[in-house]
Design a protein around this ligand. Structure first.
Ligand SMILES: [Cu+2]
Length: 218
């Protein structure tokens, strides 16, 4: 055994538990048990969270084949979001939401300035030209969040040990995210898993224009 290997367990013991990054796996299903994609799972630390927050990285919501990609984006307050138009036609991005009321009038390519999301809340995006184009930006106060994939799974990584209040938001969530709140305690070694079964309401989504390639409701 090399000297380094013999030292390793001792060094691990020296590290305070909080310094060991924890992960939290969340699975979101409907009340009927089907996986729910595009759900934002976010964890707010209860009590002191020592680490100072770095400036969030730039996020991007693209316009591809007359749709917003992705449909749901989660960002922390203070994040700048770029809206590149990957189509050969012009789009006109806007939102009337209280958390961010803005527009980027008719444009192609990448707008010169990103948009700053400076208030927590739900921002609903539309396009003035294509009525069916819609997307959501969920702006959180916590840096700990992830969006579920097609299996309803989201992994929050890089959390320090401690207690968190974990909540779920989804465009079709019936009620407030608080109704999903769960307290989770993360302590040294290994990840933890939480499951959420959420009540949904139907949200009307406009049909794409005929012949535009998407076809029907989605
Ligand atoms: Cu458009």
């Amino acid at each position: 055994m090399t000297r380094a290997l013999r030292l390793a367990p001792f060094l691990a013991w020296l590290l305070p538990a909080a310094a060991v990054a924890q992960s939290l796996e969340a699975v979101v299903t409907s009340a009927g048990g089907d996986p729910v994609r595009d759900a934002v799972v976010y964890a707010e630390p209860l009590g002191a969270d020592g680490a100072p927050l770095a400036t969030p990285p730039l996020a991007s919501i693209d316009q591809v084949d007359k749709e917003y990609v992705p449909y749901v984006t989660a960002v922390r307050v203070g994040t700048q979001v770029q809206f590149p138009n990957r189509d050969q036609i012009r789009h006109h991005v806007y939102s009337f939401s209280e958390a961010k009321n803005f527009e980027i009038p008719l444009y192609k390519g990448v707008p010169p300035e990103p948009i700053l999301f400076d208030k927590p809340g739900v921002v609903v995006l539309g396009c003035n030209i294509h009525d069916w184009m819609s997307a959501y930006v969920f702006v959180t106060e916590t840096p700990h969040f992830a969006v579920t994939d097609a299996q309803g799974r989201a992994v929050l990584s890089g959390l320090s040990a401690g207690r968190y209040r974990v909540q779920v938001w989804h465009p079709e969530l019936a009620g407030a995210p608080e109704s999903t709140a769960r307290e989770v305690s993360l302590s040294g070694g290994g990840g933890q898993r939480v499951e959420f079964a959420i009540e949904q309401r139907r949200v009307w989504r406009q049909r794409r224009a005929p012949g535009s390639g998407g076809g029907g409701y989605r």
